[in-house]
Design a protein around this ligand. Sequence first.
Ligand SMILES: Nc1ncnc2c1ncn2[C@@H]1O[C@H](COP(=O)(O)OP(=O)(O)O)[C@@H](O)[C@H]1O
Ligand SMILES: [Mg+2]
Length: 351
Amino acid sequence: MSYLELAGLQKRYRDSVAVDDVALSVEKGEAVALLGPSGCGKTTTLRMLAGLIDPDAGSIRLDGAEITRQPAHKRNMGYVFQSYALFPHLNVARNVGFGLEERRVPRAETSRRVDEALGMVRLAGLEGRRPRELSGGQQQRVALARALVIRPSVLLLDESLSNLDAKLRDAMRHEIRDIQRSLGITTLFVTHDQVEALTMCDRIAVMKRGRIEQIGTPEDIYERPATRFVADFVGRANVLPAMRDGAGAVSVWGVPLPAKAPAGGDVDVFVRPQRIRLAATGEPAGEGMVRLTGRVLRSVFVGDHVEIIVEGAGGQLSVEMQSGTKPPADGTEVAVLWQAGDTLLFPREAA
Ligand SMILES: Nc1ncnc2c1ncn2[C@@H]1O[C@H](COP(=O)(O)OP(=O)(O)O)[C@@H](O)[C@H]1O
Ligand SMILES: [Mg+2]
């Protein structure tokens, strides 16, 4: 049995099911991301874990004990809200120490642990400031320190980096991950940002409409997405509508693929843009390669790479080239090549 176990967790609101039969096991010290689009039930799941809302069905077990109906304050979970939810009238030290005061921890120990937590998030020296006298990043750190100071059984973070600008967000990702690892603290964090999920956790649970679609390591999720939804949501992907014949043979843009379609109806072909190579139209496919032809529609410089849109018989696809290489001029006839093994086939599904 894992340290934290969710089973059959469900929450309905009047007209909808927010969380539907969610099961998840988290090991002690592990960091797991709940990743999915807005409205898929991430926050609701986190709030049920924290004891802030009651599930309609299912169970939550922590360290072997059933806690499904236990009040929030007895679970000792640290919760960092999306909006930080700092007390505006209290200074930094009292914000951070709040959970300890509530637990009637003696003053000297509170003060020592507040100092320790502020040191961890690199805010030493700002104890006397009010939240409004802090930057967004500093407020975020106060919220994190306030969650850590109680030495929580589980740390819960809800989109807690989404209010920061891109550069700071990137720095905070690493900082939070370092703190999480060095304390060995079991962490669940919620995000709609795939980069955040890929970089900050040991495993990702991808959610869609209240359900978990796939659970796996970042590599699993990125390299071996189980569904079209996961492939599309995590990382950039080309989705090419494919034709299939009665025997299950698949072709895309009129070119047969060395792959069999899953049984059933229509399929889509997925291939990551960075797995595709542009070549001269004369270049043959080679063993185990897929080769389509088209025309360069346009190239877009994106900084770390150049995106090239190629138009062919069956639509468009996007190819990523390293920046520094000169893209072919618009209108150039090109071949696009990729390893057949980099192709993913999924049954077509409603978006
Ligand atoms: N208190 C509520 N009353 C009614 N519907 C709610 C309530 N809270 C959330 N929902 C609905 O439940 C679904 C999941 O919400 P939420 O867990 O906040 O999603 P996420 O955090 O993934 O964006 C959404 O459709 C949302 O509108
Ligand atoms: Mg949310």
